[in-house]
Design a protein around this ligand. Structure first.
Ligand code: ADP
Length: 469
């Protein structure tokens, strides 16, 4: 059973169920049918006898013109005659009716079990049952009361077998019709099960195509609908979509990383080859080592940044959020970073007191560090960095401005892309990941980062957060 297809399993269960129902119906029809038929036979017997009661009369003279003599029958009786009307039914539906005198003398009609019922006393208006040679007969007697014929009895007899013919024809009809119905039901069930399961075939077909060919662009197409299978197909499709997107992102990241690592690696290789080619002076060796050290540092920064970026993107660190005194955080960071004074750049800040935010302390420090570091990196000598934190209604705004080199208008939209550097010559050990990391941190806190910049005049980066405490 386990190895059978679902379609076959459904059909088998369905068939078993239908056979059970048909079987029960058949048994019910047989038992009810037989009772009904026996009851009908008895009713017919009573009706036949009752209708014959009115067809018997006593007359003195059959040639009396008042009598309708056409097809009537006259039997000598007492001083006159018994007139049996032509409507009298001798034999109908296997029922025979016989006219008796009270001493059991048969005057008219027939009785197939005459001998066997000879000793049976007449009982008015009652059905009696008698068994003769293994067959059951119903007998119904009626006492005639009309003047002249009072004292006579009409006895109707019918064999129970009479119903057997009707019953057996009903049974054989059922035996033909029910299997035909069963076959139609099974065929219908098989076809319906096939139709219902059709989407499942499509789902497994696409899933196996994807697993064989690694083509995550494939989608399950089973038309419109909102049943369980359509919902399953939609769930699969959105899962394929997500897998596709993350596979593409992964591929993009791998190619970006190899691209970024290729430059420092080639510089290192070139330096090594050059130094090993021929005997060099100590100074030249030193210079080569310095280049290798610089490039090595760049690669280390790159790898650290990529790992941090990935951790943040996948939230693998499970960064937690807690209530932070943002004013205190910004103030202490600014105080510390003001000490850098790289290129003689001066950092000043204006922090509104008492601003609180529910977020991750380390990530927010990282974001501010990235923005201030860029201020130093792309600032002009003896320039300024200005940090401001303020809250208006439900918005918190943290901005870092510098009066450095600025960013060209058309490059501003790309600076948040991974590894993008508007001016690689000026970015020293920068990896091109700082701003995309900052943007990822902003997204983590359901905020956004905006940039305003004028080439040659400076830039302002603003983090906008929704107050959440
Ligand atoms: P990098 O490591 O190169 O600084 P970022 O992601 O931090 O990478 O920045 C991306 C690019 O945006 C930088 O290479 C630089 O060209 C530009 N940029 C970022 N901050 C500033 C700024 N304050 N002034 C001018 N250009 C900036």
């Amino acid at each position: 059973m386990k190895n059978l297809s679902i379609r076959l399993k459904i059909t088998l269960w369905f068939s078993a169920f239908i056979i059970l129902i048909v079987g029960l119906t058949f048994v019910a029809v047989l038992s009810v049918g037989n009772t009904v038929i026996q009851k009908t036979i008895q009713d017919n017997l009573i009706e036949a006898v009752e209708s014959n009661v009115d067809e018997i009369e006593y007359i003195n003279n059959p040639y009396d013109t008042e009598n309708d003599r056409d097809a009537d029958l006259y039997i000598d009786y007492m001083d006159g005659y018994l007139e049996i009307d032509d409507d009298y039914l001798d034999r109908v539906n296997g029922i025979t009716t016989a006219l008796y005198q009270k001493d059991k003398t048969l005057l008219y009609g027939e009785n197939p079990i005459l001998k066997e019922t000879y000793n049976m006393a007449f009982t008015d208006n009652e059905i009696q049952k008698v068994s003769v040679k293994g067959k059951t007969y119903y007998i119904f007697d009626r006492y005639l009361e009309k003047s002249g014929i009072a004292g006579l009895w009409l006895r109707g007899i019918v064999c129970e077998d009479q119903g057997a013919t009707q019953f057996s024809s009903m049974v054989s009809l059922s035996l033909i019709i029910l299997p035909i119905l069963l076959i139609f039901a099974l065929l219908g069930g098989y076809i319906i099960a096939g139709r219902i399961l059709n989407p499942v075939h499509k789902i497994s077909e696409v899933a196996s195509l994807i697993s064989q060919g690694n083509d995550l662009k494939k989608r399950i197409e089973i038309g419109k609908g909102n049943d369980e299978l359509h919902q399953l197909a939609n769930t699969f499709n959105s899962m394929f979509q997500r897998l596709d997107t993350s596979f593409e992102a992964e591929q993009q990241l791998t190619s970006d990383i190899s691209h970024e690592l290729r430059t420092p690696m080639s510089v290192i290789m070139a330096q090594c080859e050059y130094s090993l080619e021929a005997e060099q002076s100590n100074n030249e060796y030193r210079e080569a080592m310095e280049v290798i050290q610089r490039q090595g540092r760049k690669m280390t920064n790159l790898i650290t940044d990529i790992l941090d970026f990935k951790r943040l993107e996948q939230n693998s660190e499970k960064y937690t959020c807690e209530k932070i005194d943002l004013s205190a955080l910004v103030t202490s960071m600014c105080e510390d970073m003001a000490l850098i004074r790289d290129k003689g750049i001066e950092l000043s800040f204006d922090v509104q007191e008492g601003i609180h935010f529910k977020g991750n302390y380390n990530l927010l420090c990282r974001l501010l560090t990235n923005l201030i570091s860029n201020g130093y990196r792309y600032g002009k000598p003896d320039g300024h960095i200005y940090v401001s934190l303020k809250q208006s209604e439900n918005k918190i705004s943290l901005s870092v401005s510098d009066d450095g080199i600025g960013i060209e208008k058309e490059k501003q939209s790309r600076i948040f892309d991974r590894f993008y550097q508007a001016d690689p010559q000026r970015s020293n050990n920068g990896t091109g990941l700082g701003l995309s990391m900052a943007q990822e941190i902003a997204k983590f806190h359901k905020g956004e980062i905006k940039v305003e910049s004028t080439i040659g005049k400076g830039s302002t980066f603003t983090l906008l957060l929704d107050s959440n405490v």
